[in-house]
Ligand binder design. Structure first.
Ligand code: SAH
Ligand code: SF4
Length: 393
């Protein structure tokens, strides 16, 4: 592996002057961390387990934000909680609703950074696409997020917070006494927004554990999909430490082309990536890996590509998700024609793999895959603001 490789997981850390708060945000603390925090705040150790359970339900099952409303806790204990803790979510800056019902939220997190979250309603499910980083350190040439330099990892609080914030907006917290909805508005979560989740593994894992917890938001692990560009050394942990579904941004069938489209390929090439996928713990026909494949006109969309892809997939329980390229201003590619995409899908399908073509959603509000990026001016403004806050200018 050449040492000069341009791929880095180093996150450009911009010093931030955050509001000084003596209180700890409960959101994003795992059960053990919250237990510790409760004890440190003065909860007797013997009561800690029970208090943790009660608080957890209020915050993650009922969506309550005010300690005063936690009626099964004694008044003085509620006061103690309010003195030591907050229940803070990222703030919605704007919300756009597409003609097709897709919602795109621009969300402000601590330090003035912004990320995007997209909600995609379908007849039998609703998918929330969340971000794991502000921008992305990787530079996939077809991805709008990759052109945004401003980067920091989101905290676990900011990742769980995106889910809670969307539940607020969709009014999806349970109502006491009301029957449970058969299909949830947010029935699935995909880590396919801004950022490379495997470069922020610990926070993503903690956040997903909170989202999956049966006494809270309780989304099943099979309803969560993490998409990676191919950070090989972290792939197995997705199964062992989170247990969610895996998607891989594959996008090319030769190293030559993948080096250009997904430059992390220069560090971990197709053969290395496939080896890691073949060894993926728990891989089975019922838990297949999704291969995402963006269809770029004249770049990766020939019949030969489709046949090569089939060969590469040999021995891996897989499905192929074909994504018609979503254009963005200044993008160097065009979307493949419908005929090309269908011909490609056919070859994959006849070889025995599901090969759905993803319908672009929310294009009119730039909410489709790979279109997410805080507008340049906005990113610049927030960078200036952040630098000002940090006393750098
Ligand atoms: N960083 C992760 C997850 C975010 S990207 C990853 O790369 O997997 C989510 C998916 O959208 C990826 O498969 C990505 O390759 C795809 N994507 C990015 N830009 C796109 C575009 N302009 N059109 C269609 N899909 C795109
Ligand atoms: Fe980052 Fe994924 Fe976009 Fe590549 S496709 S630049 S890894 S967000």
């Amino acid at each position: 592996m050449p040492m000069t490789t341009p791929i880095t997981q180093d996150v450009l850390t911009i010093p931030r002057k955050l509001p000084v708060s003596a209180r700890t945000n409960i959101v994003g603390l795992t059960r053990p961390a919250l237990r510790e925090a409760l004890i440190a705040a003065g909860t007797p150790e013997k009561q800690a387990k029970m208090r943790l359970g009660q608080l957890w339900q209020w915050v993650y099952h009922w969506g309550v934000r005010d300690f005063a409303l936690m009626t099964n806790l004694a008044k003085d204990y509620r006061a103690l909680l309010a003195e030591h803790f907050t229940i803070d979510l990222p703030e919605i800056v704007t919300r756009q609703i597409s003609e097709d019902g897709t919602r795109k939220y621009l969300v402000r997190i601590a330090g003035g950074h912004e990320v995007e979250v997209v909600y995609i309603p379908e007849t039998d499910r609703g998918t929330l696409c969340i971000s794991s980083q502000v921008g992305c350190t990787l530079t996939c040439s077809f991805c709008h997020t990759g052109t945004q330099k401003l980067v920091r990892n989101l905290t676990a609080a900011e990742i769980v917070g995106q889910v809670m914030m969307a539940r607020d907006d969709l009014d999806e917290w349970p109502v006491p006494g009301a029957p449970k909805e058969e299909v949830r508005l947010i029935s699935n979560i995909v880590l396919m927004g801004m950022g490379e989740p495997l470069y922020n593994f610990d926070n993503v894992r903690d956040a997903m554990q909170i989202v999956m917890d049966g006494e809270g938001i309780a989304l099943g692990r099979r309803r969560i999909t993490l998409s990676t560009s191919g950070v090989v050394p972290e792939i197995a942990r997705t199964a062992t430490e989170i247990g969610c579904q895996l998607a891989v941004s594959f996008h090319a069938t030769t190293d030559e082309v993948r080096d250009v489209l997904v430059p992390i390929n220069k560090r971990w090439n197709i053969a290395t990536l496939l080896e890691a996928l073949k060894a993926y713990p728990g891989l089975s026909n019922s838990e297949r890996i999704t291969f995402e494949y963006v269809m770029l006109d004249g770049v990766n969309d020939t019949k030969e590509d489709a046949h090569r892809l089939v060969k590469l997939l040999e021995g891996i329980p897989a499905k192929v998700n074909l994504i018609p390229f979503n254009e963005w201003p200044g993008a160097p590619y065009k979307r493949s024609s419908g005929n090309r995409i269908h011909a490609f899908a056919d070859i994959i399908y006849k070889a025995g793999y599901a090969s759905p073509i993803r319908t672009p959603r929310g294009e009119d509000i730039m909410a489709a895959c790979g279109q997410l990026k805080s507008a340049t001016e906005r990113a610049r403004k927030s960078k200036a603001r952040i630098e000002a806050e940090a006393g750098l200018v």
